[in-house]
Every structure is written in structure tokens, then in C-alpha cells.
Design a protein around this ligand. Structure first.
Ligand code: ADP
Length: 218
């Protein structure tokens, strides 16, 4: 299956993507994670992306689309994948369609995670992320780790992402409404969108997502 996950920052895309990809036995491809890996390795691509990310803006399409295509061309993605954070605007959605068409493929479903805006800001401003694995996330109020600053799952160091400050979150939300929301209508016109609420316990949301994808495929 080829699935696109959309939803505002803080909807829990990264968390859900990790579980869904495992359940569906397909790789989880996160452009945010790919950029962060490039930044921590100090690659030229990471250097290009860093300033945009810090400001809560989109990294230019020339950089992003090439990086996403390289990842989708890897062997483990031949049988399907779950895209998280890509496409993020109409130009990227059209590029993805073009890329898949060249391989006689298409997107099978678009899973849209809905969450109210004030909840998003609360979730992100208190979020702490593990340096070893971005799917390991905690919250200073709602999901405290047992030992402060240490990941319960793997012992990794917890940190606050540079773009998780309240000011940058508001900027990211603005960019989401302007640039990313239009792709939902684009995919709706193709009959691909399933929308679910992202509120509730993590495993409840995963179950809701699995049920919605199964109903879509039936
Ligand atoms: P979130 O979904 O919580 O905003 P991500 O980790 O997906 O977090 O993305 C963080 C940042 O990485 C974005 O604000 C943006 O600067 C950059 N980024 C990620 N994916 C893309 C993309 N497809 N196009 C452009 N920029 C991107």
C-alpha cells in the first residue's frame, strides 16, 4: 500500500506513522526525520534545510522532492510506503503523482488526522523528543518520562526540537493552513481521503486509523 499521512504539526503523525508502518509492514518515510538526520550529520542538504526548519517554513521543493524520491527509490520501498510530512504542498503532491505514474503506481489512500488548533499548540510546546528515535516522544505534563530528560523506551536523551517553541509552532500552523491543507482537497477530488480524529489514546488512534484504512480498501 502507498499511503500519505496528513495533519497539522502536533497531530501525532510521527507516532502514528511508526505504528501503522509496522502493522502494515511498509517503511515509514518522514521528510522531517530525513532533514533532521542530514542536519545532525552536517551534510550540504542539511545545511540548506536548517534555516527554513528553524523558522517553521517549508524547505524549498527542489531540495525536498529530490530527497523524497531518492528515499522512495530504495529497495525496501518497492512494495509500498507510508509518507509522513510529504507531500506538503500542491507542487509536491503533483511531483509525487508524476513519480508514481512513471512506475505505473499511484497513491492508495490519504489518511487525514484531525485535531483542534489549541490542542496542537499545547501538545507541541510541551513535547520532548528522543535523540535516538523521533517516534519516542514525551510531554512535560501529559506524558512525563520516568527520569527527567531520559527516554523510557531506549535511554536516549530527550530534547526540545528547535522548531517546537510556541512562536514557531504558530508559524508552522499558518504554513499548514496555507500550503498543506489544499492538498486534502486535491486528494478528495480523487476520492482518496479518509479523515479520523487524532484525539484520545495513542493506541485508540492507531486502531481508528487501521479500521479506516481497511474500510477504504474494502
Ligand atoms: P511537523 O509535522 O511536526 O511539523 P516534521 O518533522 O514533519 O514536523 O517537519 C519539520 C519541518 O521540516 C517543517 O516545518 C519543514 O521546515 C521541514 N519539512 C518537512 N517535510 C517537508 C516537506 N515535505 N517540504 C518542505 N519542508 C518540509
Amino acid at each position: 500500500m502507498r499511503i500519505v499521512l496528513v495533519g497539522p504539526p502536533g497531530a501525532g503523525k510521527g507516532t502514528q506513522a511508526a505504528y501503522l508502518a509496522e502493522n502494515l509492514s511498509i517503511p515509514h518515510i518522514s521528510t522531517g526525520d530525513l532533514f533532521r538526520a542530514n542536519i545532525s550529520q552536517g551534510t550540504p542538504l542539511g545545511k540548506q534545510a536548517q534555516e527554513y526548519m528553524r523558522a517553521g517554513q517549508l524547505v524549498p521543493d527542489e531540495v525536498t522532492i529530490g530527497m523524497a524520491e531518492d528515499r522512495m527509490n530504495q529497495a525496501d520501498a518497492a512494495g509500498g510506503f507510508l509518507l509522513d510530512g510529504f507531500p506538503r504542498n500542491l507542487a509536491q503532491a503533483e511531483a509525487l503523482d508524476g513519480f508514481l505514474r512513471e512506475h505505473d503506481l499511484s497513491v492508495d489512500a490519504v489518511l487525514d488526522l484531525e485535531v483542534p488548533e489549541d490542542e496542537v499548540v499545547k501538545r507541541i510546546a510541551g513535547r520532548r523528543t528522543c535523540r535516538n528515535d523521533s517516534a519516542h516522544t514525551f510531554h512535560v505534563e501529559y506524558k512525563k518520562p520516568q527520569a527527567e530528560g531520559v527516554c523510557d523506551e531506549c535511554g536516549g536523551e530527550l530534547y526540545q526540537r528547535e522548531d517546537d517553541s510556541e512562536e514557531t509552532v504558530r508559524k508552522r500552523l499558518e504554513v499548514y493552513h496555507r500550503e498543506t491543507e489544499p492538498i486534502i482537497d486535491y486528494y478528495k477530488s480523487k476520492g482518496l481521503v479518509v479523515t479520523i480524529s487524532a484525539l484520545g489514546k495513542v493506541n485508540e488512534v492507531t486502531q481508528r486509523a487501521m479500521d479506516a484504512l481497511a474500510a477504504k480498501a474494502a
